[in-house]
Design a protein around this ligand. Sequence first.
Ligand SMILES: [Zn+2]
Length: 567
Amino acid sequence: MFKTLPKDSQVFIDWDWAHIKPYADDLAQRPLSAGSLPDWMKDWSDLNRMLAEIYARLWVATTLSTADPVVKNRFNAFLDGIYTPSLAANQLLKRKLLDSGLQPGGFEVPLRNMRVEAEIYREENLPLLAEDKKLANEYDEIIAAQTVEWEGVEVTTTQLQPVFLSLDRQKREKAWRLTMERKLSDRRKLNDLWGRMMDVRNRIATNAGFTDYRFYRWKELLRFDYTPENCQQFHQAIEQVVVPVARRIYEKRQRQLGVGSLRPWDLNVDPLGRDPLKPYQTITELEEKVSAIFYKVDPQLGDYFEIMRREGLLDLENRKGKAPGAYCSDFDMVMLPFIFENAVGLHSDVATLLHEGGHAFHVFEEAHLPYYHQLPVGMEIAEVASMAMELLASPYLVASEGGFYSEKEAARAQIEHLEEAVLFWPYMAVVDAIQQWAYENHVAACDPDNCDQKWSELWRRYMIGVDWGGLDDQLVTGWQQKPHIFEVPLYYVEYGMASLGAFQVWANALQDQKGAVAAYRRALALGGTATLPKLYEAAGARFAFDAETLQKAVSLAMEQIAQLEKV
Ligand SMILES: [Zn+2]
């Protein structure tokens, strides 16, 4: 047997491919039999853990200091010098395992995934897949260049977002119209880009022997447990159950704002004209209170979070030079998570940390699994871990439970959270439905006018309650503003499913907190070794998208909101 890989990233972080290749070669040459399988699997797994950890650590470094060319170069050198050759080496090792006909324990699901990856793999698609990624970058570039002049300063349309929170309605409208006008000036460019994307995607599907890209993408996304028809059932259930409730939420907002009709620029401002919640003063306070909340949810989860604090696995404060946004990454050799966010003193920082905390607990809970290939999980369950944590944590947001707020403030935060969750489903249905339509009707969808028309039709069906009168161009081009449609085709419905899973976990917790959290942890501990229905079942939920399951979740949200409004 070849040398064992080191566990300490300090040792391997700077390795080049010449250093790593002998380990891959050794695995390729070693005879594989029932007897040698456990050692071979362990070594292959460790090789992947190491590659994943180098990738994650170098990538995390780029997000911590975006302006540092040394950090950026190291990451790019890894991509070119190690990542690309490692993909080819891994492909060979996957083939070797598949051809052996051997099945390691707990490997049913990883093997199922590998078989499908091999089934859709076509050499001639490699340049097309790279082309699709380049087109996605082109989308990013177009959006990033969208700046406007606001109060004498050139700002990106993203930087204009805080104005939508302003209590001055005219100011909000002005900012909204300015943003949309700028976006509309790229309408032709985006139409053209869309046409090129549709062409590339259609060729990828045809090369792989599929009649349309949707079927190809279904396999590429490893969707084994639901079909396009299931998604359509989900849309119908949303129309039936959620749309009328969403409309009532918009009507309430309209009443609270005291406006004749609710316009697109009225959706972010606090409807009661209150100042934003100010949950904490320092990052230490944010960490300590979130830690106290996690201890209330479950002492073991609290301990996990304390490990992260102790080991420097949190980088929460907003600083110049940090990348925007938030994420949870994982270092797979040591099996520890890392949380990144840009906290500035708002409630959204608390919500984000609770959410990313759920992802981090997934990493801790699956650390016992022997093989790297058992770790990857679909977003359909990964987002249950995070979205359910936001809900499980909600009873402890009050200061008397260790959290941040007075009873009234905590109620306000929870109402906003629950209303957002309900309003998300109809929007998700629009984003998913237009893509299902586009890839099923390739020729029609290559014409952007048809996409405009389809989006408008779906919007009027699912998004009832906001007055878009006189804003036709802005409305029909809404699909151009959704990055997922351009960059990660057909990937979005996962969030709607996971949210429904999270509501079920929360409903259980309201009956039996300890039992629900224990089930949640058991589901996380399965990692990627079980199918989605089994993972949901372990979490105490059903992997379902029918009207009945949705009705229970929406009724629960509305009952809770009614209670919280009395606080
Ligand atoms: Zn997430």
